[in-house]
Design a protein around this ligand. Structure first.
Ligand SMILES: C[S@@+](CC[C@H](N)C(=O)[O-])C[C@H]1O[C@@H](n2cnc3c(N)ncnc32)[C@H](O)[C@@H]1O
Ligand code: SF4
Length: 382
């Protein structure tokens, strides 16, 4: 049976950031015991039907999983290691926000088995941290990174760029300062305005204006150059790593392989003998927990993914990667050959324009193609 990656969602944050549309909620008081028990129960339920698989990674995402009690993280890792067969050196990542309170828990997370942290730094510019509504200062971020580097074998952090009025020179300077603090992996996201967020309201009023397409493309190019100068290669649209330091968990998504999702709003893609299932849990934390307490799981939807949808999803994910799509793996996973999934004349045109490469291995987007992936996908999917 295929290897499995496990995603565990912690849905709470100290405050809601104005740009964020992830499933995150602010509560005066969080019943840690209740949510820990519900996560463990849903994991047991999922494990019972999946059977013993090799477990390649665990990822604690959010929300803000660094607000979890280390004991909860430890219990979930222990449970997962009992239900499944962990691969040697299994990657166990936890997303952490860099306030001092959370940094104080780093040693506890490490003792629980976490071997990789992804720290939500977002910016090293104090004014920008205020604009982004963050709860930490630039100094706290630097201190959290230094502590994390001493405690965890692997370290990544996130920055958000292509912010209003950000010049290329200012971004290069900020990124260089960040690269000096970086270990072997960085996630560098362009700011997007997500519907329903505070920033969407401000953008609609014209109070937030993002860089236009050309300026954003120049910032993206500058990002790749600076990262490469520091030895970090762009292996995915927004992710940069030293060779071998790529996020194995996130590669599972982009390679369209199996992952189980536990916790409020978590998604999964699970290959069973004769079908591929898409699973989604209830988003509202309390409703999810109540359902787990009643039925053992908080599943809102579980539907087989038909071959044409699998092909579309695999293209959407795989073209984000610099390595692109392996034609053999694609056909085995989706039941559709790469040729049948693609509109041949449109692919040929995109290859001629320098956006795609079609070779014996399969299909990949060039750097120019990855910049306009949405339009490209719209054109080439049969
Ligand atoms: C869901 S957050 C979880 C991590 C943690 N709670 C934090 O905020 O640091 C994952 C990452 O997505 C990125 N992100 C979220 N919303 C974004 C947006 N609208 N534009 C660009 N990046 C965004 C941020 O860099 C963030 O660190
Ligand atoms: S960006 Fe992170 S801390 Fe901010 S609301 Fe989203 S999940 Fe929470």
């Amino acid at each position: 049976m295929d290897k499995l990656a496990l995603y565990i969602h912690w849905p709470f944050c100290r405050a809601k950031c104005p740009y964020c549309d992830f499933n995150s909620h602010v509560r005066d008081r969080i019943d840690q015991g209740r949510f820990a028990a519900a996560l463990r129960r849903e994991l047991a339920h999922e494990a019972a039907r999946l059977g013993r698989r090799r477990l390649s990674s665990i990822f604690f995402g959010g929300g803000t999983p660094s607000l979890m009690e280390p004991a909860t993280v430890a219990a979930l890792i222990d449970d997962a290691s009992r239900w499944f067969d962990p691969v040697a050196g299994m990657e166990i990542t936890l997303e952490a926000n860099p306030t001092s309170i959370e940094a104080g828990r780093f040693a506890g997370f490490r003792a629980a088995g976490v071997n990789r942290v992804s720290v939500g730094v977002q910016s090293l510019d104090p004014a920008m941290l205020t604009f982004l509504g963050r709860e930490h200062s630039a100094d706290q971020a630097v201190a959290a990174l230094e502590l994390a580097r001493r405690i965890f074998p692997r370290l990544s952090f996130d920055l958000i760029y292509a912010r209003p009025a950000q010049t290329e020179a200012a971004w290069r300077a900020e990124l260089r300062a960040a690269l000096a603090l970086a270990a072997d992996h960085l996630s560098l996201y362009q700011l997007t305005i997500e519907p329903g967020t505070r920033f969407a309201t401000l953008a609609a009023r014209g109070e937030i204006v993002l860089p236009d397409g050309e300026a954003a493309a120049a910032l993206y190019e500058a990002t790749g150059e600076e990262a490469a100068r520091h030895g970090l290669a762009a292996y995915e649209i927004s992710n940069y790593a030293r060779p071998g330091a790529e996020s194995r968990h996130n590669l599972t998504y982009w390679r369209y392989q199996d992952y189980a999702g536990i916790g409020p709003g978590a998604h999964g893609r699970i290959g069973l003998a004769d079908r591929l299932l898409a699973t989604r849990r209830h988003r509202a934390p309390e409703e999810w927990a109540a359902r787990v307490e009643r039925a053992g799981h908080g599943t809102a939807e579980e539907t087989p993914v038909p071959p044409a949808d699998r092909a579309r999803e695999a293209l959407l994910m795989g073209l984000r990667l610099t390595e692109g799509i392996d034609a053999t793996a694609f056909a085995a996973r989706t039941g559709v050959t790469l040729d049948d999934a693609l509109d041949a004349p449109m692919v040929a045109a995109s290859v001629a324009e320098g956006y795609l490469v079609r070779d014996a291995r399969g299909l990949r987007a060039t750097a120019a193609g990855r910049l306009r992936l949405d339009a490209l996908l719209g054109a080439i999917v049969a």
